[in-house]
Unconditional design. Sequence first.
Length: 325
Amino acid sequence: MAPILGIDLGGTKIAAIVVDADDAPVASISVPTDDRPLGDQLVSAARQALDAAGTEYRPAAIGSGAPGLVDSKAGVLRMAANLAAVDLPLAAIVGDALGVPCFVEHDGRAAAAWLYQQRGGDGSLAYLIVGTGISVAVIVDGRPMRGAHGLAGEIGHVVAVADGPLCACGLRGCLEAVAAGPAVARQVAAAVASGERTSLPLGADAELVYRAAADGDPLAVEVTETVGRFLARAIRGLVLAYGVDRVLVGGGLARAGAPFLDPINRELDRERHASWLARQALPPDLIELLPPDTDAGARGAVVIARSGLRAAGPGERGQREVEDG
Ligand SMILES: [Zn+2]
């Protein structure tokens, strides 16, 4: 195998990693996103990582994970609301600038591919990301699920509460509208405004709410327990729909650690006590919280580049195909 460059395009930063032929990291960088065109930012982050690695680690391919609606076959970022990107040909821009093939994949699916590989590369796995939004990347029997529109995994917009709060997508009662970061902040703001007993200020964000929950603040505990119940039910849905035996959880809210995870596990415990089905489907070690510093995005981009190279075959460059798995 040859060295590979993996790039993870996030909402606020670009992380890039160069690995050697044995997949050992030789250089990694992280830079905040700025006002330049997205393609220029990716190319300059890529060059920065390659400079840090040195000329002996010239990559055979580049992988890039991107948020939003990603057309991995065409190598195009179709739409990323947070990045104001529409139909951006990422693979062509980055690949042409650096003279090596570039493969693009949805960031969650790229990360899941790496996490799957790290855990032995067998069975089925879900990587649930809970932050500003909620999404999941599912690998069933080694195959990442993309779906006909590339929207597989957008469970943030599956109904959690019938006729519940309005979601940013225009529908009501979506999981995101009751259990993502902004929803946590909104619930707390409403309770503070109505005079509920709490140490939290009016503008408390989700991070602060989880810290207050760890300190026993009654409102923070109530809100985070509710969020945990919604997420536990979503996880039960994932397990029953796809037959995954591991659910890895990451994202901004998951960084809170135990105050985030414990309410989910308490709800799953209640379900296990109440139901034979739940006892079968939801083993006690089902959920694994990823450490906050996991660089799954950039590592996942490396996996995508390697599988892209394998699919393209020897001597190919400038491809557009990314193999499933
Ligand atoms: Zn929605």
